[in-house]
Design a protein. Structure first.
Length: 403
């Protein structure tokens, strides 16, 4: 007889990524018992940065993490645009002080591992054994009374309700709704980190920088109190279709993808120890996220292309809302899940769609012409337009929702 890992009156979360941990912390803060089952044997995130806009920092602050975040974050001090070939620089928009004034909270850059560590510490402070590692979910079944989760180890866990927060390749989603059909976008994303002291002074600065050019986009910003520079680039390529951050590339291959770009781009690339590459895929919207006692959150139900930097933030928002719904309808979590879906569907669908649309602006073959870049900056990269595009996202406050 295989021992059951959890009492059957708890909520089980499958996946201890940013969304799963945010949901677990939000539930524990509201006094709801929860266990998190994570496949990795160590709790860690990929070595890369993440931008958390004000709509996300507002949630993390509400979860009691403001002081801990202050020890690791970089508060954005502005954003610059640079010409892929000439290096000409334009100010894009100010997010530091302005973000706090305009949206009520800061826009920050953090190392994913640091954010993850802070979430895990806060969870363990409330329930020391809440996060269970080395638990890869391989199957999930439910009856009218409970859900049974099976793991690769042969162990099983019983729970009253389950939240699948197991990311883009979600096993929980597959068990509920069958295999998905991702479509390759023709874009590959690269990520890497560089110690700030390895970069020349004119690059190791605090404003985030977006390099715009034909067939590609480069972005870099500081993380971990400004000790590291986070590098992300996206390039049009059709020869790489693996959607995984554990796949290592080489700096030579990355440099080749941006071979005619400005020397400052290459100055960063050359200092990346291990660049990782990820093929960007799209999936059609799901009609529903819930079946019976099981629901989904984050990338498991609405994976988002990275062009608006919102996938992680949406997972954090989902986690907060699902906890509020479960607390409100604790006696009837089926209603809680229905309410959660109602609240989250429209917003996340809009983010998925707009991220897809923004891809077209980021990849404009006309930018191969040097003069076209200045025209594009004047027409498409103005502060007023950025605000128009982002205000509805950044100003939203899920902590104020009437559930
Ligand atoms: C290039 C790039 C840049 C990005 N930049 C940003 C940004 O700046 N801001 C932003 O908000 N978002 C950004 N995103 C999106 C963001 O990374 C994701 O949307 C976010 O990580 C989703 O969180 P999640 O918790 O849903 O899933 P994940 O972070 O993928 O976490 C899923 C967890 O589940 C675990 N797991 C998986 N399968 C199982 C299983 N069978 N059993 C148990 N555990 C399992 C995994 O190990 C993992 O820990 C970016 C994405 C890309 C590709």
């Amino acid at each position: 007889m295989v021992a059951s890992l959890a009492p059957s009156n708890t909520i089980a979360i499958i996946g201890g990524g940013i969304g799963g941990l945010a949901a677990a912390l939000a539930l524990l803060r509201r006094g709801v018992n929860v266990d998190v089952y994570e496949q990795s044997t160590q709790l860690k995130e990929v070595g890369a940065g993440i931008a958390i806009s004000s709509n996300g920092t507002r949630v993390l602050d509400a979860l009691g993490l403001k002081e801990a975040l202050a020890r690791i974050q970089v508060v954005s001090s502005g954003r610059e645009i640079r010409h892929w070939k000439t290096g000409e620089t334009w100010n894009w928009f100010e997010l530091g002080e302005n973000s706090a004034q305009r949206y009520g909270t800061r826009h920050m850059f953090v190392h994913r591992g640091d954010l993850h560590g802070i979430l895990a510490e806060a969870i363990r402070g409330l329930k020391s054994n809440a996060i269970k590692l080395g638990k890869r979910c391989v199957a999930i079944t439910q009856t009218d009374e409970h859900v049974e989760v099976r793991f690769e180890t042969g162990e099983r866990a019983n729970a009253a309700f389950v939240i699948g927060a197991d990311g883009i390749h979600s096993k929980v989603r597959e068990c509920l709704f069958g295999a998905d059909r991702p479509e390759f976008t023709g874009c590959v994303a690269w990520r890497g980190l560089v110690p700030m002291q390895c970069l020349p002074a004119h690059i190791s600065r605090m404003p985030g920088t977006n390099w715009i050019g034909p067939h590609g986009h480069v972005l870099h910003y500081p993380v971990r109190r400004g000790e590291l520079m986070n590098f992300i680039s996206i390039v049009e390529r059709d020869d790489w279709k693996i959607e995984s951050w554990t796949v290592e590339g080489t700096t030579a291959e990355l440099a080749n993808d941006f071979c005619n770009w400005h020397p400052d781009v290459h100055a960063i690339i050359q200092k990346i120890d291990t660049p990782f590459k990820w093929a960007l895929m799209v999936r059609g919207p799901m009609e529903r996220w819930t079946k019976g006692r099981i629901t989904l959150l984050g990338d498991a139900c609405h994976p988002i292309l990275p062009f608006l930097g919102q996938g992680g933030v949406m997972a954090i928002e989902d986690g907060y809302v699902i906890a509020a719904c479960l607390k409100r309808y604790l006696a009837d979590p089926t209603t809680a899940f229905a309410r959660y879906e109602d609240i989250r569907r429209e917003r996340t669908t809009a983010v998925v769609r707009k991220s897809h649309e923004f891809r077209k602006q980021a990849f404009n073959p006309a930018l191969a012409d040097n003069d076209a870049v200045a025209v594009s900056v004047a027409q498409k990269w103005q502060q007023a337009l950025a605000r128009e595009r982002l205000d509805w996202l950044y100003a939203d406050d899920v902590t104020a929702l009437q559930i």
